[in-house]
Each structure stands twice: as C-alpha cells, then as structure tokens.
Design a protein around this ligand. Structure first.
Ligand code: SF4
Length: 445
C-alpha cells in the first residue's frame, strides 16, 4: 500500500525512539513519510501522558488538524502512552479512527492498511510479538550524528505519582547482543554519539547475558557500559538513572573509559524523607546523598542533573526547605523542576492535592532561584576552559553560529561558519549564560 504518513511526536526520548522505529517499519512496508500534516493521508500523534499539559496539547493538535483538513478526512491515529492508557475511550473523539498502544509499533503498517481500506475504530493495545527487533536504519533517525538506543522499556518502580508503569508496562531489557550490534552499526554509519535510553537505564536486567561475556561489572548495566565503551563509539551518554539502582561501579566504569561521557542524570524528586516515602521512591535523602558523594568523588568531574517535583500532596514548607537544602548540597549542573499535577489512576491521585496552584508556583520560583545561583557559579567555572562540542545544528539565534553539546551535556554555541555539522569542535568558553555557554572555536577534530 502506498500512502503518505506524517508522525508528530510528544514527550520523551523513548517516544522519539518509538517514532523512529514506527517510521522505519512503515517505510519498509512501502509507505512514504512526510514532514507535514498538509500532504499526509495518515496523521499519527505519538502521545505523552506524563503531564496533564502534554495530553491537552494532543487534543488541541487533533482539533487543529481536523479543522485544517475538513474536506479531505485523512486517517487520524493516536499512538504512544495516551493511546495505551485511554484505549477505546479515545474513539469518543470522532476525529480519531486508530489507536495504537506503546507495544504495537511494529504492527502499524497492517493497522494503517486496514484503516485506509475503510475500517474505523481500529485498536491494538497488545504486547510486542516475540522476536521483534529494535533496529532502526540510520536514514530514519532524528539526527545523523546522535542516536538514541533504547536498552530497557517500561518500569517496575510504581512511584505513587507516575503513570509510566501503566502506560509502558513492566521492565523489559533488550539483549546486549542486540544493543551492541546496533551501536556497531551506528558507528559504521558515522554516528559519533549514542544515548542509551530507558525510564531507568541502570535497572537493565536482560534475560541472558549474551554479549556481556568477558566484561566486568557489579550489575548487568555496568557490564553493558563497559561493553558499549569497547565498541569504540566516540561518545556514550545514558539516561535516566534510578537512584536506588545506582551502583558506585557506574562511576568506576566512567573513570575507566574516556568515551563514557561525564554526565549523570539522577532524579531526586524531593529532599524530604516524608515526601519521598509518600512518593514511594524507594530511597531516602541519605541514600541519595551517598550516591551523589560517589559521583562527586570521581577522578574526572561528572556533570550532574536532576528532576524535582514541588507541591506534592501534603508537602509542607519544612519539606520544601529540605529539598532546597538537598539542591544546594548536590550543586546540580542543571535541574528540571515540575509542579505536581495529578495523573488519574495513580495512587497519589487519591491523596488530597492540598497545595494550591499559587503555592506550587511560589515553591517552583523559590527553588528555581536557588538553582540559578548554583548554576551561575558552575557555568562561570567553565570560563576559559576547553570543551569538545559535537556540532548538531545551526544556531537558531545567529546565522553564523553553530550549536551542540559538550561531553558534560551542556549546550555550547560558538561562531562556526566553517564547521560542518557532525564534526567535533574544540571550543574555549568565553561567556556563561544561564543555561548555555558561548565560546570561541579553537579547532576541529
Ligand atoms: S521510576 Fe518512578 S518516576 Fe520513573 S518511570 Fe518509574 S514509576 Fe515513573
């Protein structure tokens, strides 16, 4: 069947990877992928349910598409987390004729074929078929230089506020054989950086250790880090790490391998033991700080980022102070702060959401002020230093500037008209902005 398909992606890196995978399967089945909804016969929204705002944006976009294509009636489908959670209920929206769950990506070509042949209200929320492979051709990736490589899907942790274990199901790890073959393939195609991704990468636990033989490590993830480093891929990053499963051997593996990058994202969510218990995070403030201590003592400086939720049900001023203190102690290079928003169906949704919207905003701003001060100091510490930047795109602010990330995952801009995308530039930092660094090009690797 030849038809044009447009996929719009909301949410996290896992959704970006799923879109790449869906696109790859559709192209193999003869579909043409297009860059805008205007020319498409089929419009798919790869949805995110982690926050209420992302879900609202999905329905706004469906409405916009429907009204712009009123006379043509393209097939409109929802895939991803909202599809998995809402299922049949999505058909209450008369624009939607196809619902594809998080594990049904590889069955999309067949579902679309049926939809184009006039079937309405098609739904697939089933599990992945045995033996499905994850490989995505280079041409289908979001970038020609940086590739996302999922190593684990789903989550078993059931933090009380989070919908992911319901939308993405239980943890399933890919075999190392499969992951390493993908990384070797990416290297052959000229990729210079991979991100090993998953809701909790360091909970990686494949059914067999095929591919990890001969690699030391305290956990399968530590072995996988060393095995990935041995592929010779130039830069390797991984996200997100779960505090309870953060073994000190991860830091040792980074110290031993230069191509394991100097950045760790370790979400704390709160600095108050009382709130952490209510969140069912499985770690205490002290457990978390012990892990941070290991990271801080590494032989090379590791950049550290985190997530915090403010205004969780029952959070008091004193809990917030504990969080502010934790943030000050950890000295994060970057912090994603979220105001708590209830996700229906989670245990936390049964708790009275007793922190008002205004109070959540006030707490958000107070914590942001603390983080800004810390971040300014850290960013100013880069002045005069050299960083290796993988050049990912032209800057959106200046026609002559290029932008990319350092190995410590900072955004770096620099005047680089002569530099091609995909090169690694040596840049000396001259200016520290609140969320990025600006520098001068020294040379290109
Ligand atoms: S670890 Fe907690 S916050 Fe992270 S995906 Fe799993 S349930 Fe959600």
């Amino acid at each position: 069947m030849s038809a044009r398909v447009y996929i719009e992606t909301f949410g996290c890196q896992m959704n970006v990877a799923d879109t790449e995978r869906a696109g790859s399967g559709l192209q193999s089945a003869g579909y043409e992928l297009v860059d805008s909804e205007g020319a498409a016969d089929v419009i798919l929204f790869n949805s995110c349910s982690v926050r209420a705002r992302a879900t609202q944006k999905l329905f706004t976009r469906i409405g916009e598409v429907r009204s712009s294509r009123l006379s043509e009636k393209p097939v409109i489908g929802v895939m991803g987390c909202v599809a998995q959670l809402e299922g049949q209920a999505l058909f209450d929206n008369p624009s939607i004729s196809l619902v594809v769950g998080t594990r049904a990506t590889d069955r999309l070509p067949e579902l679309i074929d049926r939809a184009l042949n006039g079937k309405n209200h098609l739904i697939d929320l089933d599990e992945r078929a045995d033996g499905e492979v994850w490989n995505i051709p280079a041409a289908q990736r979001h970038s020609k230089y940086v590739a996302f490589v999922p190593i684990i899907e789903g989550c078993n942790k059931f933090c009380s506020y989070c919908i992911v274990p319901f939308s993405r199901g239980r943890e399933r790890s890919r075999t190392a054989d499969d992951i390493l073959a993908e990384v070797y393939g990416l290297r052959e195609h000229g990729y210079r950086e991979v991100h090993l991704i998953g809701q909790n990468v360091n909970s990686y636990r494949p059914k067999s250790e095929a591919g990890l033989e001969g690699f030391k490590g305290a956990t399968p993830f530590c072995k996988l880090l060393r095995a990935t480093a041995a592929t010779g891929m130039e830069r390797i990053k991984f996200t997100t790490s779960f505090p309870r499963d953060f073994h000190p051997d991860i830091v040792t593996a980074i110290e031993e391998n230069e191509n394991l990058c100097d950045w760790i994202h370790l979400p704390a969510q709160s600095g108050s033991d009382r709130v952490l218990r209510a969140m069912r995070r499985g770690h205490t403030r002290d457990d978390y700080l012990r892990r941070i201590e290991t990271i801080k003592q590494a032989r090379r400086r590791l950049s550290l980022t985190s997530d915090i939720i403010v205004g969780f049900p029952g959070e008091t001023e004193s809990d917030l102070e504990d969080t502010m203190k934790l943030v000050a102690d950890c000295e994060y290079d970057g912090l994603y702060i979220f105001k708590y928003s209830e996700r229906p169906g989670t245990p936390a949704a049964r708790l009275p959401d007793n922190v008002s919207r205004q109070e959540k905003t006030a707490r958000f701003l107070a914590l942001e002020r603390v983080q800004r001060r810390i971040q300014r100091r850290i960013y100013e510490g880069y002045l005069g230093r050299e960083v290796q930047v993988l050049v990912e795109r032209d800057s959106s602010r200046s026609r002559t500037d290029k932008t990319g990330h350092s190995t410590c995952h900072k955004v770096i801009n620099f005047p680089g008209e002569s530099v091609a995308l995909g090169q690694v530039a040596r840049v000396q930092v001259r200016t520290a902005n609140p969320n990025s660094l600006y520098g001068e090009l020294l040379d290109v690797a």
